[in-house]
Design a protein around this ligand. Structure first.
Ligand code: PGA
Length: 258
């Protein structure tokens, strides 16, 4: 597990964009796992800039999103489908048929989830999975007590997540109670995971995920078991890390940098 601490949000976003761009230059048909929320907005902005200014090509890229609210159609402005088109896809040359986002309106949710898992496998698995972290330590919508072996399924959101996300809705009652989410087990099969976190509000949760015990109570902690996971933090999100100085030392002294 690698921990990269950047001075601010923009530098955090740029670091993540560089990792993705490096992948796409080497593998134009890479499979990207993508996340929603406020955290990756800077990353998506930077990818759009790289597409426009540097010709970063998305024409062969395959995408799979982590999750979607149940009951919101793709055209609902708070659906994750809408979010992805609004904040990334419509600004780059991705092919709509290569985009996969869980269908929150699926009639048979269990069958849809099974199909989604099969589809990820059919495309050869996810090369890089982008992740945020919830205040309750979740990755995707894998709320505390989610099995660390879980697969794509319906999940009931916690009060904390509903409160956190109420800021995007007119009123709290409008926030859906359920979501379709990739499981922790699904995420862990990605060849590389990059988790982004910024702001002091996330510092305690980030410390639990990186330095606490591996526990279903903080599903991001499962990444400690991943062979290639990178936490990219801004300075305020790193303030509760016990080994902060060590992570900075490791980053500064990376053998490939010497
Ligand atoms: P945020 O959400 O990026 O809006 O903080 C993160 C998450 O819930 O995974």
């Amino acid at each position: 597990m690698e921990v990269i601490i950047k001075p601010d949000y923009d530098a955090m976003s740029k670091e993540a964009a560089d990792i993705i761009a490096d992948l796409l230059y080497g593998k134009p048909n890479a499979v990207l796992g993508l996340a929603t929320g406020s955290t990756p907005l800077g990353l998506y902005k930077e990818l759009i800039r790289m597409h426009k200014d540097e010709g970063l090509d998305f024409s062969k890229v395959i995408t799979f999103n982590l999750d979607e609210y149940i009951g919101l159609s793709a055209s609902h402005d708070q659906s994750y489908n809408y979010f992805m088109w609004d904040n990334l896809f419509k600004h780059v040359n991705v092919s709509p048929e290569n985009v996969h986002i869980p269908n929150g309106m699926a009639k048979d949710i269990a069958a849809f989830c099974e199909w989604y898992e099969d589809e990820i496998e059919a495309f050869g698995g996810i090369d890089i999975q982008v992740l945020g972290i919830g205040g309750d330590g979740h990755i995707a919508f894998n709320e505390p007590s989610s099995s660390l072996g879980s697969r794509t399924r319906l999940k009931t959101l916690t009060e904390e997540t509903i409160d956190d996300n109420a800021r995007f809705f007119e009123k709290k009652e409008d926030v859906p109670r359920y979501a379709i989410t990739m499981g922790v087990g699904t995420v862990m099969e990605a060849r590389k995971c990059i988790l982004l976190a910024n702001g002091e509000k996330k510092a305690a949760t980030v410390a639990k995920a990186i330095e606490g015990p591996i526990t279903a109570m903080v599903t991001a902690s499962a990444l400690q078991m991943h062979p290639d996971s990178v936490f990219i933090l801004d300075e305020p999100a790193s303030t509760k890390l016990e080994l902060k100085q060590y992570y900075e030392w490791v980053y500064k002294n990376k053998p490939e940098r010497a």
